[in-house]
Design a protein around this ligand. Structure first.
Ligand code: UDX
Length: 439
């Protein structure tokens, strides 16, 4: 396709690898660059470092066709016409993201460049970053042929490949019309709105989108608290709200709250950007407070049923931050399990895709004494309480009679509202969901 060559830095991360594989699938010769040598050699043999539906097959097919390869050195991107920056921006103590990885790879890829290059920033960076980096290029005599654009990504883990093919919109910000047009033209499926704008708008669109999603979830969770007290069923309330097209049904599922590597981090970063600008956001901090309360609430419900958790065996179903991923980064399950441990519980966990601490990239000391079971039934054996934390479809298909008979006491706190409370009670469970009145 058009002979354009692509480089992707951070090419073995969740965003970078999906982009690399999909761009290669579109026909572009793509080189994914990453600092992790182990992951590079595994990827060059066709092994993907994390689970993402559809990704392994895409990587394998394009690697075999010679359109996708993995390298360590940024210097190998010399032939690339476009380089996407997908490196991480870990949070600093202030809540601001550390952009030093972005800064150094932009400097490395631009250094000594003689040919034209467009650098597309996919990493989520504070508003003003693209302008600041562009200034750096100008100061170093590179801006005549190296341009920066902001091209935020909206991929969700668990459906990232599908999201790539079916984006809701494509946002490209920058000052070079030519560079913006080039990025927009690389992939914009028919009918998908393409918003070309300034760097600042593009950067802010990313933060505001994730913050709004977080607010929606915290909103429904706050209403869920009232619904639970006043005899309501939040699932019905949520449906009734979502039928209004001005609101939409998405991101209105009450539960144990949002987690994962993006929403909370981006919300904290946005709050920090307000503060740095001398403003005080009112709504954003509340979304975090509500979200943390959701986590405490599931443990409180268990405590109310069992009196104490000291010495009790507790089963936790779901460690990944959402279904269809093996990602536990900033998963709500980690602090909840740690809370259970701190209260003296003996915890057994089960997750269909996260089978042990090493696999999850966790140090064993993070979850001391936790048993990683091979099945949900094994995790539930002898338990006096069970908490559901991730909405895995396979949990809905559990043999509930078997589950109940393997538990010492059939208490379930369902942080994802997977089951019908009345049906669960008729099966003999002491069952409580979120936002649903317990009778
Ligand atoms: C998010 C954004 O959706 C995506 O556009 C951006 O690129 C990256 O951040 P992701 O973190 O992968 O994607 O997952 P998402 O589907 O947004 O879910 C985030 C969390 O919210 C999960 O813990 C999920 O379980 C929770 N959630 C989601 C709810 O609790 N209720 C809902 O209704 C929806």
């Amino acid at each position: 396709m058009s002979g354009i060559k692509i480089g992707v830095i951070g090419g073995l991360g969740h965003i970078g690898l999906v982009h690399s594989a999909c761009l290669a699938e579109l026909g572009y010769e793509t080189i994914a660059c990453d600092i992790d040598l182990g992951k590079i050699s595994a990827a060059n043999e066709g092994k993907v470092p994390f689970r993402e539906p559809g990704l392994q097959a895409l990587v394998e097919a394009n690697r075999k066709k010679g359109r996708l390869r993995f390298v360590r050195e940024v210097a190998e991107l010399e032939a690339a016409d476009v380089v996407y920056i997908c490196v991480d921006t870990p949070p600093l103590a202030s809540g601001a993201p550390d952009t030093s990885n972005v800064d150094s790879v932009v400097q490395a890829v631009a250094a000594g460049r003689k040919r034209p290059l467009v650098i597309a920033l996919k990493s989520t960076v504070p508003v003003g970053t693209a302008r600041r980096l562009s200034r750096y290029l100008a100061e170093n005599g590179l801006s005549g042929h190296v341009a920066i654009v902001s091209n935020p990504e909206f991929l969700r883990e668990g459906s990232a490949v599908d999201d790539f093919w079916h984006p809701a919109r494509i946002v490209v910000g920058g000052e070079s019309e030519e560079a913006v047009a080039q990025i927009a033209a690389l992939y914009s499926p028919p009918g998908v709105p393409v918003l070309t704008t300034s760097w600042e708008n593009a950067e802010l669109i990313k933060y505001a989108s994730n913050a709004f999603l977080a607010l929606k979830i915290s909103f429904i969770n706050e209403i869920a608290g009232l619904s639970e007290k006043l005899g309501g069923d939040i699932r019905v309330v949520s449906r009734g709200i979502g039928l209004d097209p001005r609101i939409s049904p998405h991101f209105l599922e009450a539960g144990v709250g949002f987690s994962g590597p993006c929403l909370e981090k981006d919300l904290r970063s946005l709050i920090q950007q307000f503060t740095a600008a001398g403003l005080e956001p009112q709504l954003l901090s509340s979304a975090l407070v509500v979200n943390h309360e959701q986590r405490a609430a599931v443990v409180r419900k268990l405590l109310r049923r069992l009196g104490t958790l000291n010495g009790k065996r507790i089963c936790v179903l779901g460690m990944a931050f959402k279904p269809q991923t093996d990602d536990v980064r900033n998963s709500h399950s980690l602090p909840i399990v740690q809370h259970l441990i701190a209260l003296g519980s003996q915890v057994a966990v089960y997750d269909p895709w996260v089978k042990g601490p090493q696999e999850a990239g966790l140090a064993a000391a993070e979850l001391p004494g936790v048993k990683w079971a091979a099945t949900a039934y094994e995790a539930a054996a002898g338990a006096e309480g069970l908490i559901i934390l991730t909405a895995w479809p396979e949990f809905r298909k559990l043999d509930l009679e078997r589950l109940r008979s393997s538990m010492a006491r059939p208490v379930i706190v369902d942080g994802r509202n997977l089951f019908d409370p009345a049906a669960m009670r008729s099966l003999g469970f002491d069952y409580q969901g979120v936002g649903i009145c317990a009778v």
